[in-house]
Write a protein that binds this ligand. Structure first.
Ligand code: NI
Length: 169
């Protein structure tokens, strides 16, 4: 089922995700919904907090549109190592129409559980590393706007308020 993606400045985007105690059939159904919602958007990542489910879970698929899908599920993720710096032009499904350069670590090592509840560790760089950091932020209630300088932050805030105002009329 496709879920509604919350848009900034919805306060629920500021909630911290709670730890997932067990990977139940309900959690797996939620993962299916999140994947469906992400592909329909379309986007390369989606965090549970973006659909109003405040738990530690996100999905990512960075495969090109002409490649087979490559869904990655991260439950209770922890970034255990970050290295280097990279600037990446990022977008976010909670900030439609916004694309901004954001500073990120170039490489990360992440530990998480997969959709079967099995622990895994992954070293990522490039787009995958950026996507992991972006989605990980969501689970802490952090958003791309928090990484912007004061001017871009004000501009983005205003753009989003205007957009949401227009959407509601
Ligand atoms: Ni996002």
């Amino acid at each position: 089922m496709i879920r509604t993606i919350l848009h900034y400045p919805d306060k629920r985007l500021r909630e911290r995700g709670k730890k997932v105690e067990a990977v139940t059939p309900e959690i797996r159904a939620l993962i299916d919904d999140m994947a469906e919602t992400m592909y329909a958007a379309p986007g390369v990542g989606l965090a549970a907090t973006q659909i109003g489910e405040a738990i530690q879970l996100f999905v990512i698929d960075i495969a090109d549109s002409d490649e087979p899908s490559d869904l990655r599920v991260f439950i209770n993720p922890e970034i255990v190592e970050s290295q280097g710096e990279i600037v990446w032009q990022e977008g976010c499904l909670s900030f439609p129409g916004i694309q901004e350069d954001i500073d990120r670590a170039a490489k990360v090592r992440v530990r998480a559980l997969d959709r079967d509840g099995k622990p895994f560790e992954l070293e990522a760089e490039g787009l995958l590393a950026v996507a992991i950091q972006h989605e990980y932020d969501h689970l802490q209630g952090l958003l791309m706007i928090d990484h912007m300088g004061p001017l871009k932050k004000r501009l983005t805030h205003r753009k989003m308020l205007k957009r949401e105002e227009q959407a509601s009329t």
